[in-house]
Design a protein. Structure first.
Length: 89
């Protein structure tokens, strides 16, 4: 099965658009090169869009985690759909 929210920049797969969007830095359309490669500390929006690394995603105050299917989700949002469907049942 083809991942629905796979990033063409880093190859990571995301469970929804919210974590996909959250892992990308920079404005679109960007004013600099299409992809920035280098230390995140040196990044500025004018250097182009870039992806957070796995280490950066996991070390955020609201970190990313992988779900049971190996897709990246925001930890504080994990299980949100299951809880909503359980309440509706």
């Amino acid at each position: 099965m083809q991942p629905l929210n796979e990033c063409s920049g880093c190859g990571k797969d995301f469970a929804s658009l919210e974590p996909f969007d959250a892992h990308r830095l920079g404005e679109y359309p960007q004013t600099g090169p299409s992809e920035y490669v280098g230390p995140i500390e040196d990044w500025t929006p004018k250097k182009g869009r870039c992806c957070l690394t796995t280490e950066e995603m996991e070390s955020l105050e609201k970190p990313f985690v992988q779900d049971g299917r190996g897709r990246w989700v925001l930890a504080h949002r994990q299980g949100r759909a299951q809880r909503a469907f359980a309440r509706a049942a």
